[in-house]
Design a binder for this molecule. Structure first.
Ligand code: SF4
Length: 490
């Protein structure tokens, strides 16, 4: 089975534009919203329980932030150290400036090895560079079959759909839909029963594991001092992808490096707890190179592809903190926008608050201009982030950059200029508020407005707007009707 067109990452570049239109459709999809709500609720509950059982969770968060900050200050040095440790153990290291270079390196490797079948474990970096599609399109003569082996990723691949969550790729799909997809692959109907579906996947994927020529994995972390690539998974597929084929390629974003093994202990304690509420993922694999002469198992060749793809341009700048992300998905689960729209609306490999930050930074403000506005700036993402990335502040900075470069558009600029004008003049503001209170009557039903006129229309499309109070705070204050713990105003 070859990967279908439209696979994760495929065509995403052209889909990033148009978040607003896709979000409008998504908020009307009750099934999607309920699937996201159930997942978010369960994951937040498990995460909170796991983190509150960790007495030093706040200190760990601070340490994680500090380690990332220090690592980024000398990223080149840590990467060189990691590369030389990998090479010392017989591995090969390739620095890829962008996706094109990474694809070319892996394509030429596949050609040299006469590869036909590639197995893959879950990797956001390869999604980002559309590795599957590009390998198949740019190397058609090799006839490569590329199989995702994470269960959710495999079902998404078969369905021709991108993943919709960093950690839970088919969060958007019902059990019945998953059964339909796997039944098509099986060539006979499979019951919509998780055990049967998993059994079928296990049987089918086992054949792929055993006959793959190359295994491609991602990397959750890379340890500079030992040259170790670390992956955290729950299905055990990563171990089979990395160790059964004669060639293992690990694709790692350059920001994933940590200086020392002791730093890894900080991140591993935070990652699984924040992602799924587990203390640890079921499998944590450490790979430091090809198999040694006296080792019976493991690949003959190990290649580490260090992917830049725009990351180094963020170093030392006002968006550097976006590189601290460990891809736990916690910010997605708490985000009031993601929880209404799901991940596909973002049209990007990365969704939710971190997607709204990183996508414009990697793809450009123009193409992803809606995304920094896909946030209420409530700060829930920052509170949930195990590394303490101030995502809401980064979103504000992106909005400011759009305003400064004129990307946000004339209409928005005029609207905010008018808003500023009114807010700076209390008298005018009072008149405007009074007028709004006077005309709100026809829009209200049961005390709330479900539709608004003109440019305000979008505000009420998926939320109920409470009515304006009969009297403003200033009026009540003036009338001496405001009370507080200390007494009454006078
Ligand atoms: S930004 Fe923070 S919360 Fe969001 S995925 Fe990254 S590490 Fe997790």
């Amino acid at each position: 089975m070859a990967a279908k067109a439209g696979r994760p990452g495929e065509g995403l570049e052209s889909r990033v534009e148009g978040f607003n239109e896709r979000a409008r459709v998504a908020v009307k999809d009750e099934r999607l919203r309920s699937a996201v709500a159930v997942h978010s609720k369960n994951t937040i509950r498990n995460r909170n329980a796991a983190l509150s059982a960790l007495p030093d969770a706040p200190e760990l968060r601070e340490r994680a932030y500090r380690i990332k900050q220090e690592t980024m200050a000398n990223l080149d040095r840590h990467l060189e150290r990691m590369a030389s440790a990998v090479e010392k153990r017989g591995g090969k290291v390739f620095f890829a400036n962008d996706g094109e270079e990474a694809v070319r390196y892996i394509g030429e490797l596949a050609r040299r090895r006469g590869a036909k079948l590639i197995t893959k474990s879950k990797s956001m970096a390869t999604e980002e560079i559309e590795l599957n599609r590009r390998l198949q399109e740019e190397y058609p003569e090799l006839g490569l079959e590329i199989v995702e082996t994470d269960l959710g990723e495999w079902i998404a691949q078969l369905a021709g759909e991108p993943p919709s969550h960093i950690v839970a790729p088919i969060l958007h799909m019902s059990r019945h839909r998953a059964a339909e997809v796997l039944s098509e692959e099986a060539g006979h109907p499979l019951p919509p029963n998780v055990e049967d579906l998993v059994y079928f996947a296990r049987e089918r994927l086992r054949q792929k594991f055993l006959s793959a020529d190359i295994g491609i994995t991602g990397a959750n972390f890379g340890v500079a001092e030992t040259g170790t690539v670390v992956t955290a998974t729950n299905e055990g597929n990563e171990g089979l992808v990395a160790s059964v084929p004669s060639v293992h390629v690990a694709v790692m974003g350059i920001e994933k490096v940590v200086p020392r093994l002791e730093d890894l202990a900080v991140f591993l304690r935070l990652l699984a707890r924040s992602a799924t509420g587990q203390k640890m993922t079921v499998y944590t694999d450490f790979v430091s190179g090809p198999k040694g002469e006296d080792e019976p198992d493991g690949p003959e060749e190990f290649h580490l592809v260090l992917l830049d793809n725009g990351r180094s341009s963020l170093l030392g700048g006002e968006f550097e903190e976006a590189l601290y992300c460990i891809r736990c998905g916690a910010c997605l689960n708490v985000c009031p926008v993601y929880r209404q729209t799901g991940g596909h609306a973002y049209g990007s490999t990365y969704s939710g608050p971190i997607g709204a930050v990183i996508t414009p930074l990697l793809k450009g403000d123009e193409e992803a201009k809606d995304l920094p506005h896909a946030s209420s700036l409530c700060g829930a993402c920052w509170e949930a982030c195990p590394v303490g990335i101030p995502l809401h502040e980064l979103l504000l900075r992106l909005r400011r950059r759009q305003a400064e470069t004129g990307i946000s558009g004339r209409a928005q600029r005029l609207a905010f200029d008018a808003f500023e004008f009114g807010m700076r003049r209390p008298g005018l503001y009072g008149i405007g508020a009074k007028a709004a209170r006077g005309v709100q009557g026809p829009l209200l039903r049961d005390g709330v407005a479900r539709s608004l006129p003109g440019p305000l229309k979008g505000w009420a499309e998926s939320r109920e707007i409470p009515h304006l109070a009969e009297k403003s705070f200033r009026e009540l204050w003036r009338e001496g009707r405001i009370w507080w713990r200390g007494g009454k105003n006078s």
